[in-house]
Design a protein around this ligand. Structure first.
Ligand SMILES: [Mg+2]
Length: 371
């Protein structure tokens, strides 16, 4: 089997305004994606998705489509799509950066491989190590009353864990977490995600204040620029520290380990350039006695499926202790899949069809296409 061409389709999906997340990085009412179709000479098509976020990774629909069409596709055409490890290395070395763009192609290769042998991706990765993936909701950094309302809704649809966006300013951060804790009661597990919005000094002060609300982790309290800042915070608080923006690739993970800078790594399919690279990061965490969760920038259905296959089959992902952010589809008015993923409040299960197990609804793709 050979790759014949790669198609890119930019789409823009409106979010549900009542759930759209405000964080220290800003606020948007829609997300841009590039859907990727890797075509083969045997008629199998692999699906992938770039979730574009210039603030996160410096990628958008224009850069992503350009690099796939003009740089990555030419290096893959004629190759065997099931040579995933070798082609992932090729994607990595053929240009710097752009991990979410590369990840879209990598997940499409897994999709083709699964379809070619009639097995879901999680089985190709060694099989399930858990029956179900525990998930948590992500509550917008809104006014306290509004955040409490979103949190109560999340509990009502079954979530038993959630995180609240903080890092906006310490006083309103504390007020928001207090309001959410009051709304959800003592039994729902609650964490915070600052998206790097605090300085090390403010992070230490504010996390100490938030301990009163029994938070079970503080995610990316300080900017990603220097891992020593994260280590400084971790030394000075009791709450477990999660590294998200500080860990894109394998070397970032090793650096966090060397600096004792986190207790938990937030692993993405997108940040490291695919499912395979994400599993290597999880293995680094495992070797260091840390654990991982799966993080999200609100992917749509294709990448969400990739995240489920990853979480289901990777022992280094401690989804029971730190439930995963496999929640993207909750935030959109409509997903573009022909059949919705088996996602419920608080848990994700894998699609059992071959490959990633998802198909696009081509009518919807037409409707949300933006070029
Ligand atoms: Mg995060």
């Amino acid at each position: 089997m050979k790759i014949t061409h790669i198609e890119t389709i930019p789409v823009r999906l409106p979010k549900k305004p009542q759930l759209a997340i405000r964080s220290s990085l800003g606020y948007t009412l829609a997300s841009t994606f590039v859907l990727v179709k890797v075509h083969t000479d045997e008629g199998l098509i692999g699906l992938g998705e770039v979730s574009c976020d210039p603030v996160w990774s410096g990628e958008d629909d224009v850069t992503s489509a350009h690099y796939i069409n003009d740089r990555l596709a030419p290096s893959l055409i004629g190759e065997d799509p099931t040579a995933i490890e070798r082609l992932t290395a090729k994607l990595r070395t053929c240009m710097a950066g752009h991990p979410f763009t590369k990840a879209a192609i990598e997940m499409a290769l897994w999709d083709i491989f699964g379809k070619s042998v009639g097995l879901p991706v999680y089985r190709l990765l060694g099989g399930a190590v858990r029956e179900v993936v525990r998930t948590k909701f992500s509550v917008s950094g809104a006014e306290p009353e509004k955040a409490a309302e979103i949190a109560a809704w999340a509990v009502s649809v079954g979530f038993k864990a959630m995180k609240v966006k903080v890092g906006i300013d310490p006083e309103s951060d504390v007020a928001r977490v207090r309001a959410v804790r009051e709304a959800i009661g003592p039994d729902v597990r609650l964490g915070v995600d600052a998206n790097g919005g605090w300085s090390p000094r403010v992070a230490i002060q504010t996390i100490r204040r938030l301990a009163e609300f029994n938070i079970f982790f503080a995610e990316q309290p300080v900017p990603r620029d220097d891992v020593a800042w994260l280590a400084d915070v971790r030394r000075n608080v009791q709450v477990p520290i999660m590294a998200d923006e500080s860990v894109f690739n394998l070397q970032d993970a090793m650096s966090v380990v060397r600096h004792d800078a986190a207790d938990v790594l937030s692993v993405y399919v997108g940040k490291g350039g695919g499912i395979g690279p994400a599993r290597k990061i999880a293995a680094v965490a495992e070797a260091a006695g840390l654990t991982c969760t799966i993080g999200s920038n609100l992917e749509m259905g294709i990448a969400t499926a990739a995240m489920i296959h990853l979480a289901l089959s990777t022992p280094g992902v401690g989804a029971e202790e730190f439930p995963c952010d496999i929640i993207g589809p909750f935030y959109y008015e409509e997903d573009l899949l022909a059949e919705p993923l088996p996602l419920q409040g608080g848990e994700a299960r894998p699609p059992e069809k071959p490959g990633l197990g998802v198909e696009l609804d081509e009518e919807k793709v037409k409707r949300y296409r933006v070029d």
